[in-house]
Design a protein around this ligand. Sequence first.
Ligand SMILES: Cc1cc2nc3c(=O)[nH]c(=O)nc-3n(C[C@H](O)[C@H](O)[C@H](O)COP(=O)(O)OP(=O)(O)OC[C@H]3O[C@@H](n4cnc5c(N)ncnc54)[C@H](O)[C@@H]3O)c2cc1C
Length: 464
Amino acid sequence: MDPLKALADAERKPYWLDTPARPEPLPRLFGHTNADLVVVGGGFSGLWTALMAKERDPGQDVVLLEGRRIGWAASGRNGGFCMATLTHGLPNGLERWPDEIARLEHLGVENLDEIEETLTRYGIDCAFERTGELNVATEPWQLEGLNEHLDIIGELGLDYVPMDRDQVRAELDSPTYLGGLWDRKGCAMLDPARLAWGLREACLRLGVRVYERSPVRSLHDDGVTLSLRTPHGVAAGRRVALGTGVFPPLLRRLRHFVVPVYDYALMTEPLTASQLGAIGWGNRQGVGDSGNRFHYYRLTADNRILWGGYDAVYYNGGLVKPEYDQRDETFATLARHFFTTFPQLDGVRFTHRWGGVIDTCSRFSAFYGQAHGGRLAYAAGYTGMGVGATRFGANVMLDLLSGERTPRTELRMVKEKPVPFPPEPVRSGVIQFTRWSIAQADRHEGRRNLWLRALDRMGLGFDS
Ligand SMILES: Cc1cc2nc3c(=O)[nH]c(=O)nc-3n(C[C@H](O)[C@H](O)[C@H](O)COP(=O)(O)OP(=O)(O)OC[C@H]3O[C@@H](n4cnc5c(N)ncnc54)[C@H](O)[C@@H]3O)c2cc1C
């Protein structure tokens, strides 16, 4: 079937949010309220921060302000790969913090274990399946990259299984595969919207006051409290945590570090038993291919395939706009690549197509900090890998606000900031040239041009 025909009836909305299970919005903030802690943002960052603040000290009064609906943004429309890595993958972590990597990997696995425990504790049903992630090579040059760190993986005690072409095709059968590496424990698949709504419910149960449709327009510091003004009210907090992702920040300095990059995904109809049988996938891993521009894909609980990635689009000017959530050119590319990867699935149709915005920073993994004399903390820059890592970031924010030194606050990763992006219009020029160079590298056996090599040397980059 023509890939475009397979797309013809796909709804233009995020699959995960398109369900009657989506809870009714909670009330807006009206009037003035005081709290010990005000959390801004109702994505995973804000939700985990509010929940764990209450777990740490049930007596404190916690308010969460969400500008629209809980989980409507990246947190409710992502691929649902809940990864252990805190560093956007082992290679990036090794490159930047080689001396800390064992600690970072350990903390990442601990974080994922604790996510799993939390889901059980609060009875959050988000179709969590700890099936791991299978990285596949589809070009000979990618094989080398896959196997580059096997000795270190062994030393770190991580459970990775290298696979040749036949072994990987026995897991999941695509004629494009040349080899693979299965990280068996470091990743779980989940339904991200149901996770966000489950965390909302858990917050409410612990007494967090959650206000939706309450965008914070300004922040005022009177020296003792930080007052956050919404259209109909004010929340005054002794402490404030910002989990506002890529949206215009309440702290000006964050503008230098984060740029909005759009990522797109498709969802198929549920596969029949014979379609599933034609590709295998008995172990239901999340899958990523190994180009610089990569696809990620996975099964849902009802055996649809979510298929996303490849294009990472920066719109000149760096704005976040609802119309950017749809990009037909990218959807067509994704659909074509889907059928190239799985010719056995000819005839399968897509039911949903959508995009979302990612808070990209130049080191690809979140950064953390404080302002207003330590009374405000922030975490941002998850660069497309925040489903699991936002919980770690939430813990860092709470550590910083408490003033305590913890194993997290002592990390170089936590203390250092990424290199800032230049201001517009230079920013757009630099990013578009970098995107072009990355596409060229994929076309030429991974060979990086002078520009990418210079960025590599400076520890800078651009990714989704
Ligand atoms: C298409 C796509 C696929 C992805 N796939 C994966 C994946 O498979 N695995 C993975 O690990 N990561 C993935 N990511 C990234 C992941 O979704 C994010 O890293 C994570 O959700 C970030 O959570 P967050 O809470 O920081 O941000 P968000 O989810 O963006 O939440 C921020 C919230 O803050 C609110 N807000 C902002 N400003 C204000 C204000 N002034 N007042 C009140 N509220 C405000 C917003 O309304 C929003 O709800 C993907 C992202 C996208 C877009």
